[in-house]
Design a protein around this ligand. Structure first.
Ligand code: AMP
Length: 249
């Protein structure tokens, strides 16, 4: 069983992002980049399926500039077998990424496609769902457990009222939630070994996909600054402040 995993290069989650002065987006120049955390969980899930003898091959795919090769190498170091870069310089919105991934799905015919539930830069939470629609595959989003057997994926997902367990007929699309697993630490020897694993590249044109953005970002702004707090001497002063200043009592 082939498993395809989508990995996105994003600003590292430890970085405090800064908005560009003209308000058109986030400044990513000279900022540390890393694999989207939910995608690391997706790669780990796929590699564990391979280690369990359920998957035969894990293929990592990323859409973006040549710098995304670094992200793909990380996926290979975690344990993916080979990687595909879809080389594209412009902005890629979720619909474009879903169409590109569909192009790879058509070529590779994986039984399972695992994506992160959302990219921490655009927070769109759309690509997996769109890919499932385009490929007409069943989907399970926000997976906190995946088991695969007898042509089915059994996926547990946390919902408001508790835990939902879905049975999907393969091929299927699954998106990962934080609780699915804890990705392994990428060791230097594995990073070195990953350099020898195959990484091929293709383009949106070769896949016949128009990646033109459909949405325009009008403005990106910082959240309002929090005003400083104050100390009150006792409870009655606090109650007074809540009544007169905050007007919540
Ligand atoms: P989003 O819908 O943008 O929140 O992204 C959800 C998931 O889709 C991510 O966690 C990735 O698994 C995948 N994805 C989004 N953009 C890309 C990209 N440029 N390259 C590869 N995978 C992506």
């Amino acid at each position: 069983m082939k498993v395809l995993v989508a990995v996105k290069r994003v600003v590292d989650y430890n970085v405090k992002v800064r908005i560009k002065s003209d308000g058109t987006g986030v400044d990513v120049a000279n900022v540390k980049m890393a694999m989207n955390p939910f995608d690391e969980i997706a790669v780990e899930a796929a590699v564990r399926l391979k280690e369990a003898g359920v998957a035969s091959e894990v293929i990592a795919v990323s859409c973006g500039t040549a710098q995304s090769q670094e992200t793909l190498r990380t996926a290979l170091a975690i344990g993916a077998d080979r990687a595909i870069l879809i080389d594209s310089a412009g902005e890629l919105q979720p619909l474009a990424v879903a169409k590109l991934l569909k192009g790879v799905v058509d070529q590779e015919q994986p039984q399972l496609v695992i994506l992160g539930k959302q990219a921490i830069d655009d927070d769109a939470n759309q690509t997996g769902q769109m890919l499932a629609a385009l490929t007409e595959m069943p989907q399970a989003t926000f997976a906190s457990n995946i088991t695969v057997a007898d042509g089915k994926a059994i996926v547990a997902r946390e919902v408001d009222g508790g835990m939902e367990v879905l049975s999907l007929t393969l091929p299927a699309v699954v998106t990962t939630d934080l609780r699915l697993n804890e990705p392994r630490y990428v060791t230097l020897p594995n990073l070195m070994k990953a350099k020898k694993k195959p990484l091929t590249s293709t383009t949106p044109e070769a896949l016949g996909v128009d990646v033109q953005p459909r949405l325009i970002t009008l403005k990106v702004a910082e959240p309002p600054k929090r005003t400083a707090g104050m100390r009150v001497p006792d409870v009655s002063a606090l109650v007074e402040k809540l009544k007169t200043d905050a007007k919540v009592l």
